[in-house]
Design a protein around this ligand. Structure first.
Ligand code: RIB
Ligand code: CA
Length: 310
């Protein structure tokens, strides 16, 4: 039976790739998508979820809920330099979307799914942890029922990508990260230590998408181009698949080795090892070939003509 998941996200180019991976993965059922301010404003993040739903048309439409418009206790710092002003590469030709968020209370939707699905539910957090912290504030008991939380964030034994020691998601809302770590939840953190192992060359994506030509493949190529351009300009050999790896580890935890650690959150969102009982697991060595193969095989469904001839 497919695992029910709720994805909390700030799309975001890599978030978009993670959502497309989830919608083509039989191991999970995307029951809800909640949006959070991070890479872009929560309004733009929500528009991007609808753009992706219109593009992909998953068999089961998730509940969509709009979440926090900013961190718990500080001003929002976005990442539009990387993701574009609109969060998906600033393409000029996205079709208009019919936005009809089911709720403007992402925290309430998270709590509701925690209460209904309980141990079956995996929460996948791909942005700042603001909504999860608000859900804990609303109903910590319900959050205690959740089977697993997989969150992309942190930089434990590697440099950060926002400051020398802080990763973006946790640096946007350190207070939220602190509350989530303090809540004694079954938290699997996917930090830069793991995600930086997963660099996808532009040619690798192009080759994979050429197997499924059509509007989805073309749109993925178009919105991901900005990410490749900026990562290449930064000296990388391709795009770092931060959120797709976190989503893949929600599908299959064996794609990485894990270490139980106790982390504290520094004032700018730094993830510091401290003594004491572990409060999370962190993903360490990734089986990169197996992850990249899974990602590329599933990112884009077979095109209709391919489906017909298979
Ligand atoms: O540091 C990488 C994280 O920050 C990813 O989730 C990316 O989408 C950005 O939000
Ligand atoms: Ca993200």
């Amino acid at each position: 039976m497919a695992t029910p998941i709720l994805i909390d996200t700030d799309p975001g180019i890599d978030d978009a790739l993670a959502l497309l991976l989830a919608w083509n993965s039989p191991e999970v059922r995307v029951d809800a998508v909640t949006t959070v301010a991070g890479n872009v404003t929560v309004e733009k993040a929500t528009t991007n979820v609808y753009r992706l739903l219109d593009l992909r048309k998953p068999a089961q439409l998730p509940t969509v809920a709009v979440g926090a418009a900013g961190p718990l206790a500080r001003a929002l710092q976005t990442a539009t330099r990387y993701h574009g002003e609109d969060g998906l590469g600033d393409l000029a030709d996205w079709p208009e979307t019919e936005q009809a968020p089911a709720s403007a209370d992402a925290a309430g939707v998270i709590v509701q799914h925690a209460r209904v699905s309980q141990r079956l539910l995996t929460l996948v957090a791909l942005g700042p942890l603001t909504n999860l912290a608000l859900a804990l504030k609303a109903d910590a008991a319900a959050m205690g029922f959740v089977g697993r939380i997989v969150a992309m964030g942190g930089a434990v034994d590697v440099p950060g990508n926002i400051t020398p020691a802080a990763e973006f998601n946790l640096s946007v809302d350190p207070e939220a990260a602190h509350r989530v770590l303090a809540a004694k939840l079954p938290l699997d953190l996917v930090p830069l230590d793991a995600t930086r192992q997963t660099v996808l060359p532009r040619a690798g994506l192009k080759k994979a998408l050429s197997r499924s030509p059509g509007p989805i493949a073309s749109r993925i190529t178009a919105f991901s181009e900005r990410g490749f351009r900026i990562d290449h300009a930064g000296g990388a050999q391709g795009m770092v698949l931060h959120d797709p790896l976190a989503l893949a580890l929600a599908l299959d935890p064996t794609l990485a080795e894990w270490e139980a650690v106790r982390l504290a959150i520094g004032p700018e969102g730094e993830t510091q090892r401290v003594r004491g009982e572990p409060n999370c697991r962190i993903a360490r060595r990734v089986d990169v070939p197996r992850f990249v193969r899974l990602f590329l095989d599933r990112l884009c469904p077979p095109s209709p003509q391919r489906r017909a001839s298979s």
